[in-house]
Design a protein around this ligand. Sequence first.
Ligand code: FAD
Length: 409
Amino acid sequence: MTPAVATVAAKPAKQPKPLPAPNSDFYELYETLSAEELAIVKRVRAFMETKAAPLVTKYWVDDAFPFELLPAVKELGIGGLAMHGYGCAGGSLALLGFVLMEIARVDPSFATFIGVHVGLAMGSIYIDGSEEQKQKWLPPMARFEKIGCFGLTEPLVGSGASGGLTTTAKREGDTWILNGEKRWIGNAPWCDVSIIWARDLADNQVKGFIVENKTTPGFSVEKIEHKIALKMVQNGHITLKDVRVPEANRLQGGNSFRDTAKVLKMTRYAVAWMATGCAMGAYEAALKYAQQRLQFGKPIGSFQLVQDLLARMIANITASQCLIVRQAQLHAEGKLTDAHAALAKAFATSKCRETVAWARELLGGNGIVADYNVARFFADCEALYSYEGTFQMQNLIVGKAITGFGAFA
Ligand SMILES: Cc1cc2nc3c(=O)[nH]c(=O)nc-3n(C[C@H](O)[C@H](O)[C@H](O)COP(=O)(O)OP(=O)(O)OC[C@H]3O[C@@H](n4cnc5c(N)ncnc54)[C@H](O)[C@@H]3O)c2cc1C
């Protein structure tokens, strides 16, 4: 009989535990969406990750707009999200927010292009236009066949737009004559339709006009060169010289700056989502980098100080996400105020600014090279922080609501 030999079963080699995939939805806020809404958000994510992501850095570096993406954008069904009727995509304002956050997570310039066209240009017509104007302009804009821009800021009037525009509108019978300049106008160098805000010389009130860029004599646009942020967005300096606009193209519900502000409330709402998306994109790229980059023979993500940076980033993102989801709920409950939107815009853009700077820091030298996918978010956040009203102006809107004192006109 063969004696039994004690054998030690060979232990299988220990497989390293797979590292967690970067996930910037730490509190599972995407679960607040319905299944139908989530499917739309996933469609947008797939488009951004497979079609847009491979192109955006090159276009950003070249200061050029990726026109080649437009046919696929038309198929996404996001033209006129949160607007109802007139060929618009409909859906909730929360869905619009998640979609813009998804787009900005891959590219804040592309999100800005959509935000200007849908939020500012279509939004002005949807909020301040007459029934006829909505029927005429919104369907082709929802199909991305006609692209719009929004001209409020001027070379000498930025934050003070509510206190007095220098662009003037003078009525002569059924025609308005516009004179002045507009600066920083996104999409203006190539788009079809501009919403121009001007001061009516008769009553000093701000009024909105729909101007057809390509066929209106006296309307000219010069592209602003050498930007360091949102480089894919084409911003224009518009000159209006005795531009004649029919009364039929005056926004019939835009009779004072209060009506302009209704549009700005909604777009500030949207920029808070875009800034959160911008921070998510930078965080996910930085986390991936921290899992792969070795120093002292170890992944830098294993060092305590690097983990501290990453934890601070996801905390900023999560706080912003909770705030903007609540912002959407307030809108759904009919309670969203200018101050709510201003606070969300100020908070999310300032937290984004902190987050993208930490992401850039985490990549060391590679953080300043566009090819490593963090420098773009870092630079783009600067524009998100200042446009649609600067951080200070948003805080002054909040300040007025909480103190009862207006600190500016
Ligand atoms: C990339 C980009 C895209 C843009 N797109 C558009 C667009 O499509 N359409 C459009 O109309 N505009 C657009 N803008 C303009 C944008 O909205 C303005 O830049 C913004 O409102 C600030 O105006 P400003 O640049 O003239 O700065 P200013 O108003 O000159 O402000 C300069 C500084 O002074 C501070 N300040 C001003 N007043 C006060 C005050 N009372 N109290 C405290 N601080 C104050 C500001 O916060 C800021 O820090 C865009 C801007 C950028 C950068």
